[in-house]
Design a protein around this ligand. Structure first.
Ligand SMILES: *[C@@H]1O[C@H](CO)[C@@H](O)[C@H](O)[C@H]1NC(C)=O
Ligand SMILES: *[C@@H]1O[C@H](CO)[C@@H](O)[C@H](O)[C@H]1NC(C)=O
Ligand SMILES: *[C@@H]1O[C@H](CO)[C@@H](O)[C@H](O)[C@H]1NC(C)=O
Ligand SMILES: *[C@@H]1O[C@H](CO)[C@@H](O)[C@H](O)[C@H]1NC(C)=O
Ligand SMILES: *[C@@H]1O[C@H](CO)[C@@H](O)[C@H](O)[C@H]1NC(C)=O
Length: 397
């Protein structure tokens, strides 16, 4: 792997690529959640994301989800595990710790029980926020979700051009949802006119203040959850740097068959070097247990609309994003910087990406590799090309 490539893999795959900007959110009148009662999405959210009081007893839920997990781990996948052999003396890549006091539980039931615990379950206020956003999203089979801000406007136009020319002709019953994290009024108008997509915004007074630090990407899991409420089949999340190929249908089929597709490239560093200790504490995990797993990229993924994916991955991810002690434990903007000469555990933090890495590794443990995207170890892979900084400044004019 070339230096350039490994360095580019370090850049946080997020719409703002490490730049941290303060934006003024557009202020929307906040509709109380009871006004949405007639929408199926609200019922759906209650059925699958509440502690499931009305549907299942908690133990039933644990049993059901554990059975689903075991079944998923028996399905066929053409992926192979990463073979980690390095010791942890030069800490950066995946390595085998000599002694670790607590490894990831090998009991699927314990792992599921942890991920369904109250501290990782959305409360009423969280659900109102997600309902509010989902109310702005039209229902469709497949929803492509992405976000933009004014300094990424030209890149967003190039990305939407790729969606229009590559994805639209090949995928039926799909739509794009674009989260506006700070477009100017003029950019927003042009986008709404030309993007053939739904542009939505957060209610500024209903999100934690650190949602405004766009580089933290706390908005991402919340956006994905809101889209999931309106997706009949799946949600595809993509950053502005992702360009599709004519293999898109195969990729979606893979997500549909396996339940999810995550990017776990073999060249990535391990999880604890780019994840603060407080995040592990929130999940009740020991950082050293995660040293031999690569960090995921959170800039592209496919999530199938199933109770399992929603309850055991998306809900803990969204809940964590809404809890500063989980996504941002004592964090500062300085924690975004992973380009430090001295490599050490917890040296920086990848926010949304750190959390998704912990959740999926905890959930699938050694078998997480089954859900990795195949052929994606290079920036020009089987399904997508990562191309940062590509611009089409006049596409929306
Ligand atoms: C949600 O639960 C209600 C009542 O238990 C049921 O009638 C409805 O079909 C469920 N909705 C979905 C989307 O599963
Ligand atoms: C890891 O090792 C196993 C057994 O030796 C082998 O079958 C597999 O191909 C290896 N995986 C990779 C990605 O090299
Ligand atoms: C990580 O370490 C654990 C415990 O030694 C082991 O079971 C697991 O296979 C390792 N994972 C990888 C990806 O090598
Ligand atoms: C590793 O083992 C040594 C000696 O047994 C012990 O002092 C140390 O605390 C252990 N480290 C961890 C992370 O368990
Ligand atoms: C798209 O939606 C229409 C109407 O619901 C349906 O008849 C058609 O089969 C769908 N196409 C695909 C590829 O799912």
């Amino acid at each position: 792997m070339s230096f350039l490539q490994s360095r580019s893999r370090l850049v946080k795959l997020c719409v703002v690529s490490g730049a941290v900007t303060l934006v003024t959110f557009m202020v929307y009148y906040y509709t109380p959640v009871h006004k949405f009662k007639s929408y199926s999405s609200t019922i759906w959210l209650q059925n699958f994301t509440k502690g499931s009081q009305n549907v299942d007893e908690p133990q039933d839920l644990v049993t059901t989800m554990t059975a689903t997990l075991i079944k998923m781990l028996q399905g066929s996948t053409d992926m192979k595990p990463h073979n980690v052999t390095a010791d942890c003396n030069n800490i950066w890549n995946s390595c085998r710790p000599k002694n670790c006091s607590k490894y990831i539980s090998q009991s699927p039931e314990k792992r599921i029980r942890d991920l369904l615990s109250p501290k990782l379950t959305l409360n009423d206020q969280d659900r109102q926020l997600i309902s509010y956003l989902s109310y702005l999203i039209p229902e469709n089979d497949v929803i492509f979700a992405t976000a933009t801000s004014s300094n990424h406007y030209d890149e967003t136009q190039a990305m939407v051009h790729s969606l229009h020319t590559v994805v639209y002709p090949r995928v039926q019953n799909m739509s794009i949802v674009l989260l506006d994290l700070g477009l100017t009024q003029e950019q927003r108008q042009k986008t709404e006119k030309s993007c053939r997509c739904q542009v939505i915004s957060f209610p500024s007074d209903k999100v934690p203040s650190y949602f405004k630090e766009l580089g933290f990407c706390a908005w991402k899991p919340v956006l994905i959850m809101a889209c999931m409420m309106k997706a009949r089949k799946s949600v595809v999340y993509q950053d502005a740097s992702i360009y599709w190929k004519d293999t898109i249908v195969d990729f979606l089929d893979r997500g549909d068959k396996l339940g999810l597709q995550i990017w776990g490239g073999v060249g990535m560093h391990n999880i604890p070097v780019t994840t603060l200790k407080g995040t592990f504490d929130y999940f009740g995990e020991e950082p050293c247990a995660y040293l031999n797993y690569t960090s995921l990229q959170a800039g592209i993924n496919v999530f199938k609309q199933t109770p399992f994916v929603v309850r055991t991955i998306l809900e803990p991810w969204a809940k964590c994003a809404l809890e500063p002690d989980c996504i941002c434990p004592g964090c500062t903007k300085n924690h975004l910087n992973c380009f430090k000469p001295k490599k050490e555990i917890h040296m920086c933090h990848r926010f949304d990406q750190s959390v998704l890495s912990v959740i999926t590794t905890k959930l699938f443990s050694y078998e997480r590799y089954r859900f990795h995207m195949p052929g994606s170890d290079a920036d020009d892979g089987r399904y997508v090309t990562i191309n940062r900084g590509q611009k089409k400044p006049n596409y929306f004019n």
